[in-house]
Design a protein around this ligand. Structure first.
Ligand SMILES: NC(=O)c1ccc[n+]([C@@H]2O[C@H](COP(=O)([O-])OP(=O)(O)OC[C@H]3O[C@@H](n4cnc5c(N)ncnc54)[C@H](O)[C@@H]3O)[C@@H](O)[C@H]2O)c1
Length: 261
């Protein structure tokens, strides 16, 4: 998809998970388009790499664990004090926790919910409070096709993403009267460190594409893994004014892997 080069010129966009994978690709695209970007992530090395590539006056990076509500509140306040009102928000940070329910321990379950669902809640709450006062803004939260399609060995992750999707749809309903839109992008398998970690633990690119009948998993009809930019294109569209009449939407970007169900 080609987007106007200046679509986000002058806009302040806050991106969580901006140090790696989809979030970093999104932050780079926004900066290329002239946006001011606040980049939050738990990984300081990834944020430092982003900082070295960019005009420092348009980028604020902060090491923040999104599961820490007070840290998120402080970072959002600092972002607005430094780069001005936040116009758009993209919550991309997330962790993958594998494991069958009978093998998961309490800490794995709690951490997954705290980062994936809690992180979106903390960030949306802090930013939406400010957007409501200004009666403008747009939000995109990154969920997963596992939010709606059961996956063996992914219960904690899938449950956390189901929470992200439904939190986002309820938030969208609450924000509509203020003219603020909130949508979801649900990727399937995407070539980032998160996906490659699975490939190092027994899965593979080929197995994901062709499917795996013993675990009741279809392949990918389009026959390829998504690139981070495939996902970024959809996030940018839903953040942009071109999606001005779209809210509460869950846009699946998975090459048909879950038959859009
Ligand atoms: N890669 C895939 O196949 C895939 C599929 C579906 C959904 N997703 C979702 O896309 C989003 C981006 O994933 P990705 O593939 O780019 O993964 P990634 O691991 O490459 O990037 C995730 C980023 O989130 C950051 N992060 C993790 N925990 C954090 C925390 N507590 N606080 C702040 N930042 C934290 C990481 O440091 C990292 O920079 C995630 O929400 C993920 O669940 C990815």
């Amino acid at each position: 998809m080609s987007t106007p080069d200046t679509e986000f010129q002058g806009q302040h966009v806050l991106v969580t998970g901006a140090a790696g994978g989809i979030g970093a690709a999104l932050a780079r695209r926004l900066l290329q388009q002239g946006a001011r970007v606040t980049a939050l992530d738990a990984d300081d090395a990834g944020l430092a790499a982003l900082q070295t590539e960019t005009d420092a006056s348009r980028l604020l990076t902060r090491v923040v664990d999104v599961s820490d509500a007070a840290a998120v509140d402080a970072a959002v306040a600092e972002a607005e004090a430094t780069l001005g009102p936040i116009d758009r928000l993209a919550c991309v940070a997330g962790v993958l926790q594998m494991g069958r329910v009978i093998d998961l321990d309490d800490a794995q379950w709690s951490r997954t919910l705290a980062i994936n669902a809690g992180g979106v809640f903390h960030t949306c709450r802090a930013v939406a409070r400010r957007m409501v006062e200004r009666r403008r803004g747009a939000i995109v939260n990154v969920s997963s096709n596992a939010a709606t399609t059961p996956r063996a060995g992914m219960a904690a992750y899938a449950a956390s993403k189901a929470a992200v999707t439904q939190l986002s749809r309820c938030l969208a309903l609450e924000l509509a009267e203020y003219g603020i839109r909130c949508n979801v992008v649900s990727p399937g398998s995407t070539d980032t460190e998160m996906q490659r970690a699975m490939w190092r633990q027994g899965s593979s690119r080929e197995a994901v594409i062709s499917g795996h009948a013993p675990s009741h998993r279809l392949g990918i009809p389009l026959g390829k893994i998504a690139t981070p930019d495939d996902i970024v294109d959809s996030i940018l569209f839903l953040l942009s004014d071109r999606a001005g009449h779209i809210t509460l939407h869950d846009l699946r970007v998975d090459g048909g892997a879950t038959l859009d169900q």
